[in-house]
Design a protein around this ligand. Structure first.
Ligand SMILES: [Zn+2]
Length: 270
């Protein structure tokens, strides 16, 4: 196992970023309180109170929504390069097979792992790193329905437990992705404190709803562009006919289209 620092890519945590949607909502509520007491009409106060929430809701629930934390959705490159990101592992059935496929195609990928699954399979984390791939942080328990409304303590636990799990395997991740791309009001500050950078995607494969492996490539290939971040999944959430086989077909089609799967540097992220 290599030492922690050599595995880590130097992530640019943008400390100058401001969660403007959050500030706007708070300012709107403060102005609304003043108007409520001093204005003759109550309607402007109601508008000020609720209208900025539209920006907050968009930033929270739209996977590429900006305004709560900086969401990177592509990387700068002039070559036919893409970033393949594989969420929801590690999985003892899928991960070894996916690693073999990646080796076969000379492709590199980042596995956005769920902490409690990494806890159960530290040997898979070690194998991912040893074979030249990256590890991203995808929360500890993958609370897809409740991450956005987690208490600050729960948010901290989701982040810190996985960091501790990965540290035991000698890995310090730089990238974070929320379950199903739904964020949290306090995510920017929580990630910045832990030197994690939020990574979204350019192309969602939709593999969890597909029925045939070729459907995955059929969705991704028409949307390809240099610097695209492709989202696929591993594990039981993917229907059985598409599990691993969908990624196999995608790697073949990417090769045919002249695309290489690379791990971008932090300064390439956009
Ligand atoms: Zn996920």
């Amino acid at each position: 196992m290599r030492p922690v620092e050599s595995i880590r890519s130097p992530g640019p945590v943008d400390r100058r970023y401001h969660p403007v949607a959050l500030y706007l909502a708070l300012a709107g509520k403060a102005i609304a309180a003043i108007l409520w007491w001093f204005a003759a009409q109550r309607t402007p106060a109601a508008w000020c109170f609720f209208a900025p929430d539209i920006f907050v809701l968009h930033a929270l629930f739209a996977p590429a929504g900006q305004g709560l934390c900086r969401v990177h959705t592509r990387f700068a490159t002039s070559r036919r390069e893409v970033w393949l990101t594989i969420d929801d592992g590690p999985d003892e059935h899928d991960t070894p097979r996916i690693l073999d496929l990646l080796d076969h195609h000379g492709a590199r990928a980042t596995f956005f792992v769920v902490g409690e699954r990494a806890d159960r399979h530290p040997q898979l984390i070690e194998a991912i790193v040893r074979r030249g791939h990256g590890i991203g942080h995808h929360t500890h328990t993958h609370p897809a329905a409740t991450f956005w409304c987690a208490t600050p303590a729960r948010l901290a636990a989701e982040l810190d437990l996985t960091l501790a799990t990965l540290a035991r395997a000698g890995v310090r991740p730089s990238w974070f992705r929320a379950p199903v791309g739904i964020k949290h009001l306090l995510l920017h500050r929580a990630l910045a404190r832990r030197e994690l950078t939020y990574v979204g995607w350019s192309i969602r494969s939709g593999d969890c709803w597909l029925r045939a492996p070729e459907a995955l490539a059929a969705r991704v290939i028409p949307a390809l562009h240099p610097g695209a971040i492709i989202l696929v999944h591993e594990g039981p959430a993917v229907p059985a006919p598409v599990r691993v086989a969908g990624i196999a077909r995608l790697l073949e089609e990417l090769h045919r289209a002249g695309y290489t799967c690379v791990l971008p540097r932090a300064d390439q992220l956009r």
